[in-house]
Design a protein around this ligand. Structure first.
Ligand SMILES: [Zn+2]
Ligand SMILES: [Zn+2]
Length: 355
């Protein structure tokens, strides 16, 4: 069995990379209070999206304040760490197994063929729910990335905080997507916006919209957004969600958030084996704070034969770039194109989801 590519991404193991700096910032936050605590926590999250390794800027004599979220105070602190590297302890579970953008990009650059035939993104929001872009703006951003499809997966009605769509609103959105697709076809743009939704899964695996509102969609992502801090085993919840005929993809399965929530516990081998049996996909949500499934669970999913789906969970057009996190995680854990549904051409994907 393939076990993933070798990660030669750590160019300078003698120096602290952005992941190590994020951990030091998070620990600094744990010991601080007030404004410094907030600044350190924010900077720890930002470190995952920095375009450069802090050590490269530092070695080039540039100011670390070029990095998002870093003012003069934190720049001084990071310089101290870089000048005198401390012994690192492993992060607590709530901060484990998160890739930085710099590392993800190095992994992908080492294997340029891997991403070349990616067909599209299967998890993105628009201003119909809590995203900021219109359907057309998201479609343009997807085309700029060379995609052939983009699934619009807005939230549904039980998620009121995200202005989730009712059955009627979803119906209206599908009409708008149809109009955008007509314009794309008229302009000979080879991109299809797929009709979809990120339906809210209830703690027992039911969905929050009438099945009749979902059956005409190209595909359906089902995600848990509540009861995510339960500590007892949640295997039955996942099995019920997978067995629900309305869903094709289990979105951000564990429900973890960087430095905030560890995510749910389950007998993951059983969950992935059931996904494989039903031929449903489990997601790698590439949103930097989520990165869910994480890599240790992806290795289990691969072993059990489950398909995966890559989605950025973008809430702005620029966030389609979060695909790098999902692709790098898939690559590092040994997934090949035939188990990743985003490499299916659109007709094949539609056949798969409508089976
Ligand atoms: Zn979600
Ligand atoms: Zn989402």
């Amino acid at each position: 069995m393939k076990t993933g590519v070798e990660d030669t991404s750590l160019k300078r193991p003698d120096l602290l990379d952005n992941a190590a700096i994020a951990e030091l910032l998070a620990r600094e936050a744990d010991q601080a209070s007030g404004q410094i605590r907030r600044a350190c926590r924010r900077a720890a999250r930002n470190a995952f999206l920095w375009e450069y390794e802090a050590y490269d800027l530092w070695a080039a004599g540039k100011s670390l304040t070029e990095l998002k979220g870093i003012g003069p105070f934190l720049a001084r602190r990071i310089r101290e760490w870089l000048e005198k590297p401390t012994t690192l302890v492993s992060p607590p579970e709530v901060r484990q197994e998160f890739l930085t953008l710099t590392r993800a990009r190095r992994v992908l650059a080492d294997h340029p063929n891997f991403s070349e035939t990616l067909q599209g993104d299967l998890h993105a929001h628009t201003c119909w729910s809590d995203g900021s872009g219109t359907v057309a703006e998201m479609a343009i951003a997807a085309k700029q990335r060379g995609y052939h499809y983009l699934a619009v997966t807005d939230h549904t009605k039980a998620l009121k905080i995200a202005r989730g769509l009712s059955e009627e609103q979803l119906f209206e959105q599908v009409k708008e997507i149809g109009g955008v697709n007509v314009v794309l076809a008229e302009k000979a743009v080879d991109l299809v916006v797929l009709t979809s939704a990120e339906v809210n899964l209830m703690p027992r695996g039911e969905v929050d919209l009438e099945p009749s509102a979902l059956c005409g969609l190209d595909l359906v992502v089902g995600s848990f957004h509540s009861a995510l801090r339960r500590t007892e085993d949640q295997t039955e919840r996942y099995l019920a969600a997978l067995r629900n005929e309305a869903t094709d993809i289990l979105g951000h399965p564990q429900g973890r958030i960087f430095n905030h929530r560890k995510g749910l516990r389950a007998d993951w081998s059983r969950v992935f084996a059931e996904a494989a049996r039903l031929d449903k996909a489990v997601e790698i949500d590439g949103y930097p704070d989520r990165q869910d499934l994480k890599m240790s669970l992806l290795r289990l999913a691969l072993k059990e034969g489950a398909r995966i789906s890559l989605g950025t969970d973008a809430h702005h057009p620029w966030q389609l770039g979060f695909m790098d996190f999902a692709l790098a995680a898939a690559l590092l854990t040994g997934f090949e194109h035939d188990r990743i549904i985003n490499f299916m051409p659109v007709q094949e994907l539609r056949r798969w989801s409508s089976k």
